[in-house]
Design a protein around this ligand. Structure first.
Ligand code: ADP
Length: 417
């Protein structure tokens, strides 16, 4: 009987221990059934308990780490793609899915060429795999106006360490591909380059004619008073153009940095259109153009009347400048709602030379002038200022145009409630 009792006393906790171990294998760490008896078995039980807690806290930490990692992968704005040793897609994050228009399911387990259809990327991944070194290239996506920097980093799949150059044969590494979208950077770079070349051009032209005029005066024209007066008035025109440009540049800088406070008040849209046309009527008549206004019964807009008139004068001035004699310019104001906000939509439509679709995307940039407008007077700053002013009012400014047919500029302003 004693022997049976001892055997039982020893084997019961052991059985419980075994059961607990099985439970831990299924990640159920706490096993309350373990009985605490004195002696070595009790010690073993406690050690087991401690171990099971440690294992479970490590599992929890790993899971937290894993979900952090997948959150980072999902949120990261660069595209990321991991290839396994066989060259098949193992992981593809959301940014890469959007970039290449595939879903995770479509990509997983497929080869790189099937998923991306870009042999340059396949070659790059292969070069990284073969050399064991990180490879980088710049890629223009055909037909999509996208510039990508692609980085291929070779990986050991097992220990997820970067591969050392000359890694042992047979350890074929996986590859991690990173896609950084450089389109915006490239565009900013172009804008900056154009800005500098444009401002230099705009400054050089009047400065060169000032130089020529003063030289002519010095070389004898001073002795001929009528000619001297003509030259002086040309000098004045050039200086005016220069100071106009500097004023506009300063104004643009002030508006861009939000240092022009708008004096908002309810303004009647029709009165605004009439005020604008009054200011430029003479110019339009001289250019042989007909100007008309249509405005329905509209609510007042919440605007700075001086600034808004500046926008309209700029658009009408352009319409006059770029419409040959005999043309027509229509100014219109109407209701426009973009739920839940209600705006008044202003438009200035001309029957002028129009704007090519390539220029249309750029005319709101500082100094940008379409080639045909290069020789025209004007700084190329007007539309950039107008857009900033409209956006300052909480509205939008855009344009539609057909070359040779004419252009329409639209902008919205919130109504005063
Ligand atoms: P500016 O008129 O001083 O050159 P803007 O910023 O006002 O500068 O206009 C930028 C460019 O947009 C113009 O040089 C011209 O090429 C184009 N543009 C603007 N308005 C019109 C229009 N109504 N018709 C044709 N082209 C236009």
């Amino acid at each position: 009987l004693l022997a049976v009792w001892i055997a039982n006393a020893v084997s019961r906790p052991l059985r419980q221990l075994t059961r607990s171990a099985e439970q831990i294998a299924h990640i159920a760490p706490d096993s309350p059934g373990l009985v605490n008896r004195g002696g070595e078995i009790a010690q073993l039980t406690q050690a087991f308990h401690a171990m099971s807690r440690q294992v479970s806290s490590q599992i929890a930490a790993l899971e937290a780490e894993r979900s952090k990692l997948s959150a980072v992968l999902a949120e990261i704005s660069d595209g990321l793609l991991i290839l396994d040793a066989a060259g098949q897609v193992q992981t593809i994050n959301r940014a890469a899915q959007d970039l290449f228009n595939v879903t995770e399911n479509e990509a997983a387990g497929r080869s790189l060429i099937e998923v991306l259809r870009l042999h340059q990327v396949v070659d790059l991944a292969e070069a990284a795999r073969q050399s064991g070194q990180t490879q980088t290239t710049i890629l223009e996506l055909p037909g999509r106006q996208l510039t990508l920097q692609v980085i291929a980093i070779p990986r050991h799949l097992d220990d997820s360490e970067p591969v050392e150059p000359g890694a042992s044969p047979g350890s074929v590494p996986g590859v991690l591909l990173l896609f950084q979208n450089l389109t915006r950077l490239r565009r900013l770079e172009t804008v900056r380059r154009d800005f500098i070349s444009n401002i230099s051009h705009e400054l050089r032209t009047p400065l060169a004619s000032l130089k020529a005029l003063t030289e002519t005066l010095q070389e004898g024209a001073l002795e001929d008073p009528p000619a001297a007066r003509r030259f002086l008035s040309q000098i004045e025109t050039e200086v005016d153009a220069l100071s106009q440009m500097v004023t506009e540049l300063l104004e643009l800088a002030r508006i861009e940095s939000g240092r022009v406070p708008l004096q908002l008040e309810p303004v009647d849209p029709a009165a605004l259109l009439e005020g604008t046309v009054d200011r430029l009527r003479l110019q339009a008549e001289r250019a042989g153009l007909q100007v008309s206004i249509t405005a329905g019964d509209l609510p007042a807009v919440l605007a700075d009347p001086v600034r808004l008139e500046q926008v309209l004068v700029n658009l009408l001035h352009n319409a006059i400048k770029f419409t040959p004699a005999g043309g027509e310019i229509r100014l219109h104001a109407g209701r426009f709602s973009e739920n839940p906000e209600v705006f008044v939509l202003f438009s200035v439509q001309d029957t002028g030379i129009g704007i090519s679709s390539a220029d249309l995307t750029r005319i709101f940039e500082r100094f940008y002038k379409a080639d045909r407008a290069r020789s025209s007077r004007g700084t190329g700053l007007g539309l950039a200022i107008a857009r900033h002013l409209v956006e300052g009012h909480g509205g939008k400014l855009w344009a539609e145009s057909t070359e040779g047919r004419g252009s329409t500029f639209y902008f919205t302003v919130p109504i005063a409630t």
